[in-house]
Design a protein around this ligand. Structure first.
Ligand code: ZN
Length: 441
């Protein structure tokens, strides 16, 4: 039998994953037995007659990855992505849950729309879809949406965000924080002062000046984060900061956390690896909101993720149809895809650099995002009794160029052509494989 090959036995619902390493659990190869949606046993030579066998020699097992920030585009922009294609991309990237952002058409600002997205996710079956509710009606920043009815709906919304837009009105932000406190929700802020970024195209600095692109100053992000940290402390309610992109933002969050304030934060794979220098060729695949920043920012974001100031990695997977990206820089849409490459990028940026070990990756890409999303049944360290949702990854797979074609409907992947290490070999969702041998199961 070749490595990672699957041997089918009787038609049993159980799987025996043989010879795998669970980071943080002694680093010795062991066996994991899955059955009935749970991890039944962990230990050498765990066995079960009739279980299907997966030879996982050389692989590591991580609890299924959780993304706090995915744009699935459905309803409304099914030409860019659907719940089915986006969750297939997620499974191939090792994810077992994605939080679907609310900037769809119609906007996910009612119980009806969030339940629709939740049902589409269940029907697709590639991974769990946890809808994010809009903070304001129509993302218009004028009036609070029906946060309570979305929380009480079948979709059980706990994370609310106007992502794509900033809740810039401080009184509205305060009211939103006050409202979700009652049911333990969290407001996820897209921190971007709208006045300071009118017409902005690229990080304000040497590159934007050289390329003649309107600058996007770091302070436009940092000022909102500072204000919202103060509001979260004042109200005593949870703030989550989306896609932190500057060294200054990390410093503000570090300060807020040192006070014990209820603030969490995420960073994207692209902000951990790419810089504004890539805009030199005016290729809009590198146009994103917030923009790519400088090498100094990248270094500080990595340090903040490593020391826990930034809690987690979130993809901000933002698919766009070809015509929206293959145009002039100024006209192109903001956003990059990222679900299928996130873990490989994190290996390159954080593990291969010695900043984070694989137990740390499990924490930043599964345990902590599940906690921030108030999820049950995800982000549980792999042990007997835990949900059988996990990712098998080959960190030793030689670096290979990222292919632009994947399960996502869109092709705006900034890592396409770039050589990245590692390979997602298999993903299990409650004991059922969604990916085997790197392909949809
Ligand atoms: Zn955003």
């Amino acid at each position: 039998m070749t490595a990672h090959q699957v041997t089918a036995h009787q038609n049993s619902g159980s799987w025996l994953i043989r010879g795998v390493t669970i980071p943080g659990s002694g680093e010795q190869a062991t066996d994991i037995l899955l059955g009935d949606g749970s991890v039944t046993a962990v230990g050498p030579a765990a066995s079960q007659p009739g279980a299907r066998l997966l030879d996982a020699g050389g692989l590591i097992a991580l609890p299924g990855l959780v993304d706090l920030h995915t744009h699935l585009r459905e309803p409304g922009r099914e030409d860019a992505e659907t719940v089915a294609t986006g969750t297939a991309a997620a499974a191939l990237g090792g994810y077992t849950t994605v939080h679907a952002m609310a900037n769809t058409d119609p906007v996910a600002d009612t119980a009806g729309v969030v339940e629709q997205v939740w049902r589409l996710g269940r029907a697709a079956g590639h991974c769990d879809v946890q809808p994010v509710g809009a903070v304001t009606v129509g993302l218009n920043g004028a009036r609070l949406a029906e946060l309570g009815t979305m929380a009480d709906s079948a979709a059980r919304v706990r994370v609310f965000s106007d992502d794509g837009r900033c809740v810039s009105d401080p009184l509205l932000m305060r009211r939103a924080l006050e409202y979700v406190k009652a049911f333990g929700g969290v407001i996820a802020q897209h921190a971007q002062d709208p006045r300071l970024t009118e017409g902005a195209q690229l990080n304000e600095g040497e590159m934007s000046a050289r390329l003649g692109l309107a600058g996007w100053p770091a302070v436009a992000e940092e000022a909102i984060i500072a204000r919202d940290c103060l509001l979260a402390a004042h109200v005593g309610s949870a703030l989550h900061v989306c896609h932190v992109s500057t060294a200054g933002s990390a410093e503000i969050i570090r300060w807020a956390k040192s006070k014990g304030w209820p603030v969490t934060a995420e960073v994207t794979p692209h902000h951990l690896l790419l810089t504004d220098e890539l805009a030199a060729g005016y290729d809009p695949v590198f146009k994103v909101n917030p923009p790519l920043r400088t090498a100094t920012d990248v270094a500080e974001l990595r340090r903040a993720l490593a020391d826990g100031t930034i809690d987690c990695v979130a993809t901000d997977h933002a698919p766009h149809p070809v015509e929206a990206k293959e145009t002039e820089w100024a006209e192109a849409a903001f956003g990059m895809t990222g679900l299928e490459t996130a873990l490989r990028v994190v290996q390159r940026a954080m593990v291969d650099t010695g900043l984070l070990d694989w137990a740390g990756v499990a924490d930043r890409m599964s345990v902590r995002p599940a906690r921030i999303g108030r999820l049950t049944g995800h982000g549980t360290p792999l042990a007997a009794g835990a949900p059988a949702s996990l990712t098998l990854y080959d960190p030793a797979a030689p670096a290979q160029a990222v292919t632009p074609a994947g399960a996502s409907k869109s092709r705006n992947n900034p890592f396409a052509g770039m050589e990245l290490p590692g390979r997602v070999v298999a993903t299990f969702l409650r004991g059922v494989p969604t990916v085997l041998d790197g392909k949809l199961a």
